[in-house]
Structures are given as C-alpha cells and as structure tokens.
Write a protein that binds this ligand. Structure first.
Ligand SMILES: Nc1ncnc2c1ncn2[C@@H]1O[C@H](COP(=O)(O)OP(=O)(O)OP(=O)(O)O)[C@@H](O)[C@H]1O
Length: 660
C-alpha cells in the first residue's frame, strides 16, 4: 500500500524532520530575541533612572574591590613590615567603604523597584486598555478568569524579573568581571584553576533554563485555569447553578485536580536544575581548598609559576576575591534560568497585546451631537455570521487530521478503502439580507422563535459586532462611520439580565450620566416606578447592591436598569425584554417604567410582552436569520403566518384588554 506510505519513510524523511526541527529552533530563537527586544522597549521611558542605577552599580562594584585588595596590602605592607599607622589607615578605609557602598545600595534598590513597578504598571495599563477595546466576540470566546489571570498573575509573575533582573545582571557581570581582572592580576594560574569549568556550567544553565521556560508556561496556564474555575463557580450565578444541580463534589474534584497539577508544576519548577545548582555550589565550595593546596605547595617549595612567586598576602587576597566571584556567577546562572522562565510569561502578555482590535473608529469618524440625531435606523441588506473561535476551529481541525492519519495507518495494514472523517463545517449565516427602516420615534418589535437572530440584529446597531455585508445606518450615516464613543452616547441598551455593579444604587444610576443632578436622578427613578421602593430601603439611594445586584428582586433590578437608561436619555433604545414572567403587579410596574422610556425615542425591542407588541409601529418577524413577515399586529394576524402561530401559542390565553 504505497499510497499510504506513512511508515518507513527512510533517511530522507528523517533528514526532513531534522531540518524542520532546526527551522523551528531558529524561529524560536528569533521569537525569543523579539520578546527580549519588546521587554527592553518597555524600559525606554525610564532611561534616566536606568543610567543612575548603572552608575550606582559601577560605583558599588569598584568600592567592593577595595577591601580584598587592601587585605594583601595589610598583610604584606602593614603587618609584615610592622607599620602600625598604615594598618590603621587601611582599617579605616575598610570601615568606610562598606558603609558608603551600603548607602548607595539603598538608593539603587529604591530606583530598581521604582523602574520595575512602573514597567509593570505600564503593562497592566496597556493590557487593560487593549482588552477594553476588544469586541464582544473576544469576550464571548474567552473565559473571564483567563483574562483576569493574564492581567494579574502573568504581569505579577514577571515582577521579580523586571525589578531585579536587569540590575542583577549588570551588577553581577561587573562584579564578576572586575573580580576576574583582579584575580588575573594577582595570579593568572590560580584564576585558570578557579574558573576553567565556567563555560560548561553556562551551557548547562541554558539547557536548564529552557526546561524552566516550558514549565513556567504550563504553570501560568494552570493558574489561569484555576482562576477561571474560581471565577465561574464562586460567583452568585455559579454557586446557584452548582447548588441547585448538586454538583459541588464534581466542581470540588475538578478544582482539586487542577490544584494538584499546579502544586506539582510549582514543585517541578522550583526543583528544575536544583541538582545542577547543588553540583555547582559544591564545586565552588571546594575550589578554595584546591587553591590553598596549590598556593601552599608553591610557598612551601618556593616554586614560581609563570615566573610569579606566592606570598601569604596573595593567598588571602586571592581566596577573598574568589569568595566574591562565586556569588555573582551563581546569581548570573540563576538569573538566566529565571529570565527564560519569565519569557514564557511575557509571551502570554504580548499574545494579548498583539490581538487585533476588530471593531474600532475609522479615521475621521463622525462625532454627531445627540440633539442633532433624529434617530432613524435603517438596516440595508445586512448579512452576518458568528465566526467560530479560532482555538475551537484549530482543535476541531487537528482532531480531524489526527483521526485521518490514525485511519490511514490502520487501513494501510488492512488494505481497505479510506473514509474521510468529518472536517468541521463552516458556520451557517446568522443574519441573511436583513433590510428594514424604523422612523424616528417609532417602536419596532422583533418577534420570532428562539435562536432566530433577534439579539444578533440588535447587536449590529451599537456595533457590538460588525456586519459582514450591507450596512446599518443611523440618520443615513453608516454606524461604521460614527465614532464608537458617540455611538455609545446615542444608543441605550436594556438587556434581559440586569447587571448592577457592587456599589450603591446611586452610583449604579449615575453610571449612565455622572454629571446628572439629584433631581434628574429622582425624576428617572420616578419614571421607572422604582423611586418609592428605593426610598423604602434601609439606606435609600445609598444602599449597596450585592454582586450583580442580588439583594434586589428581578423586577426591581429591571426597573433600576430602566431608570439608568432614562437618565442616560439616548436617542435610540435597544430593549431586550426579559422572558421571565413576573407577577402581575411587577409586570404592571415594568410596563409603567417602559412607557416613559420608549417615549420620544426610536426603539428596537426584542418583544416578549404583549403590551410592547401591541403598541409597536411595526412588528418584524424573524426566522432563521431572515425577516419573514412585517406589519402591525392586526395585519400580521390577518396573514395567518408564523406571527399568527407564535401569537396563538404564547398570548392567546391573555385577554387583550387586560394588557392594554
Ligand atoms: N457568540 C456567538 N457565537 C456563535 N454563535 C452565536 C453566538 N451568539 C449567538 N449565536 C447563534 O446565533 C443564532 C442567533 O442567536 P440570537 O441570540 O440572535 O437568537 P435570538 O433570536 O435572540 O434567540 P433568543 O430569543 O433565544 O434569545 C443562534 O443560532 C445562536 O446559537
């Protein structure tokens, strides 16, 4: 079955794979360099502070060399030659240098932290601003916890690297270099013995760093997953769902599994290279003994090496310098591993920062004043399809390809014909050539079966999604030509599910218009038939509503949401009426609230209340992404089509007069 020749590819296939691996490695390195460059760019606004830090490092490094070098002079010039004055002077210098160096060090660590924290602050700001501009599509496709995790955990994870790494590298390199120079100056031979194995250590550390990077990536993914789980299950809705379905045990198991994975990953991350560093540490500790042996032997036998003799002062100075060099070298090796780990985190941060913003202002976008807008809405031949989340598509495709290759291998043995497994289909169009016009001040009601596309139609007006073809116009202006901020002012939305911040009712109301006066706010709540109820609460308008306003009833929350939009006073209103039926009293109150809300503005309502449907100027009946019928209630009933059927199913029991 040569046609299925997957196995036994031979030498050429092996070479191909090797080339592929090499290419991947090279592109990986390029990507690393790019990440490093981008991280470095984040530091450019703090050039001046960085220069100061570098100066401080140079100064402390130089000061650090004074004492070891003085030791040789104390032994050989002061003690050996019985010069007490010189001894005292040297000792005073040995006192003063660490003090000065310590003071400079404090200033340096202040600057370090300042620079590092500023860089992190900038990353958080950039991420927040960028994410805020992402369209609804991104948020529907991404778990909230994942987003939060990148903002807090990933940025937090690079803290140590951005605060300490740069300075640690510079200060350790300068300490190491200056010490090596001083060591060579004292004894090149002993220096060679001490540092000969260094290149091998560096190579090993690079390898260890690569493993750390991979683990670091997995750890962050696990943290994000855990955050998302907590966010989903420990919210009001999550806990309600979990309790009412008795799924606590399942959620706990899931959480514990992921938590265990995280703990294991953390341990692995901490332990990576520990053996290696233990070996280095031990090696560094025994090196002085070897130096004592060789130098002692040199003194005992008075043998000069490379023409240089050995003195007691030289031995003490050299070993002191030696203790000085192992710490920075150890640190540098460690830093390399840490930096490689942090690169994985930076990759995750940049991945979000690089996501294109699909809905944004055109250059020269219009900024119409709300009072200049009459409020005509026109849909012109609008078509739209929800795109599948890329990750999902990729996964589905990979699964299909994997299945296919497994089948190929199996059939290659059996010599049977091949059946191609289902490759993910293209999604169906959600909206199909939708056209309608709503005159200023009119109420249009969208009616249709579940999943018909009603909500999607309303998303097109405030540009929560962009149409694939056709146009949505407000007063003849394509919404794509209007600045998003202006569009936000023109269009008000009341969603089915009311979202209230964990803040006072007043703050929640003023969110719509922070500059509204107390009178305007009260007028809005009165119009929405909620003023009295708010006053009856313990703290009135200052009552704090719990997460998502949970302390209020569904109907009350809806009326607060209505008051919020009345206060905003948009030219155009999108109303997604709640499907959940309230008791007759609440229902009346909501109707009373909606009436002033819809007055004098163009309203596009996903109507579930008979009262809204009956008062609509036009009813648009949506089915499978198309408008299949349009007209007034009476006209549509007369047609005896889909509308008549839906009406009979839902409202035939309700006497019209009672709703009117
Ligand atoms: N974010 C999304 N990604 C992919 N498909 C989506 C998304 N949102 C909705 N859909 C699909 O688009 C179609 C239309 O959905 P839409 O919410 O507009 O229907 P609807 O008429 O408002 O339904 P309902 O009355 O039940 O709210 C449905 O098949 C739905 O599954």
């Amino acid at each position: 079955m040569a046609a299925y020749g997957i196995r036994g590819g031979g030498g050429s296939r092996g070479r191909k794979l090797a080339t592929l691996a090499e290419e991947q490695k090279n592109s990986g390195r390029k990507a690393d360099m790019q990440t490093v460059r981008r991280v470095a760019a984040a530091f450019t606004p703090y050039k001046l502070q960085i220069v100061l830090v570098l100066l401080a490092i140079l100064l402390t490094t130089t000061l650090g060399l004074i004492n070891p070098l003085l030791i040789a002079r104390i032994f050989d010039d002061a003690i050996a030659k019985h010069n007490q004055n010189l001894l005292i002077i040297y000792v005073i210098i040995m006192f003063v240098t660490p003090v000065v160096s310590g003071i400079i060090g404090v200033g340096q660590s202040y600057l370090n932290n300042k620079i590092g924290q500023n860089v992190m602050r900038d990353f958080r700001n950039k991420l927040y601003t960028h994410l805020q501009s992402m369209s609804l599509r991104f948020f529907t496709a991404t778990r909230t916890g994942e987003i939060q995790s990148r903002l807090s955990n990933d940025v937090g994870g690079v803290e140590n690297v951005v605060t300490n790494t740069a300075t640690s590298i510079v200060s350790n390199i300068s300490t190491a270099l200056s010490t090596i120079v001083a060591m060579i100056f004292i004894s090149p031979f002993l220096t060679l013995i001490s540092l000969g194995l260094l290149p091998i250590f560096i190579w090993f550390t690079y390898k260890v760093g690569n493993v750390r990077r991979q683990t670091s990536k997995e750890t962050q993914q696990s943290i994000a997953s855990l955050t998302a789980m907590m966010q989903e299950t420990l919210s009001v809705s999550g806990i309600l769902l979990m309790k009412t379905f008795g799924r606590q045990k399942h959620a706990r198991n899931q959480f514990e599994d992921e938590n265990q994975r995280l703990a294991d990953l953390e341990v692995r991350q901490q332990m990576i290279g520990r053996w290696f560093f233990m070996f280095i540490g031990t090696f560094f500790s025994v090196i002085p003994a070897i130096v004592y042996l060789i130098a002692g032997w040199q003194i005992i036998h008075s043998v000069p090496i490379f023409g240089v003799g050995m003195t007691f002062g030289t031995i003490v100075a050299f070993t002191t310098l030696q203790t000085r060099i192992f710490f920075p070298i150890g640190q540098l090796l460690n830093v390399q591993v840490e930096v490689q780990g942090a690169l994985a985190l930076f990759d995750r941060i940049f991945e979000y920062l690089d996501m294109p913003i699909d809905i944004q202002d055109k250059s020269g976008a219009l900024h119409p004043k709300p009072e200049e807008i009459k409020g005509e809405i026109a849909f012109k031949d609008v078509s739209f399809t929800y795109q599948r989340d890329e990750e999902q598509t990729e996964q589905a495709e990979t699964t299909a390809v994997n299945r296919l290759s497994a089948q190929v291998q199996e059939l290659a043995d059996k010599a049977e014909p091949l059946t191609v497994p289902a490759v993910p289909e293209e999604p169906q169009t959600t909206l199909n050539n939708i056209s309608f016009t709503i005159q200023p001040g009119q109420l249009a009601a969208l009616v249709g079966p579940s999943g018909a596309g009603k909500t999607t139609i309303t998303y097109m007006v405030p540009r929560l999604y962009d149409v694939d073809s056709g146009a949505v116009e407000i007063d003849g202006h394509n919404v794509k030509d209007i600045a998003l901020s202006s569009l936000g002012e023109l269009v008000g939305v009341v969603t089915q599910e009311t979202y209230l911040f964990h803040a006072s009712i007043r703050e929640n109301l003023l969110y719509a218009r922070p500059d509204a006066t107390e009178e305007e706010m009260i007028a809005a709540t009165k119009a929405a038939a909620i003023h009295e109820r708010i006053l009856s609460l313990e703290d009135g308008y200052d009552t704090v509503v719990g997460e998502r306003g949970y302390k209020l009833s569904g109907g009350e929350k809806q009326r607060i949401a209505i008051a919020r939009v009345i206060l905003k006073n948009p030219r155009i209103l999108i109303l997604d009426e709640a499907t959940s039926a309230l008791d007759t009293h609440s229902e009346r109150l909501i109707q009373a609230a909606l009436e002033p809300l819809m007055r004098n503005r163009t309203t596009l309502a996903i109507a579930h209340r008979l009262s809204t449907i009956l008062s609509a100027d036009v009813i648009l009946v949506v089915d499978k992404g198309e408008i299949v019928e349009r007209g007034t209630h009476q006209e549509l009933l007369a047609k005896d089509g889909l509308y008549a059927r839906l009406y009979n199913e839902q409202f035939s029991q309700v006497p019209e007069e009672s709703v009117a």
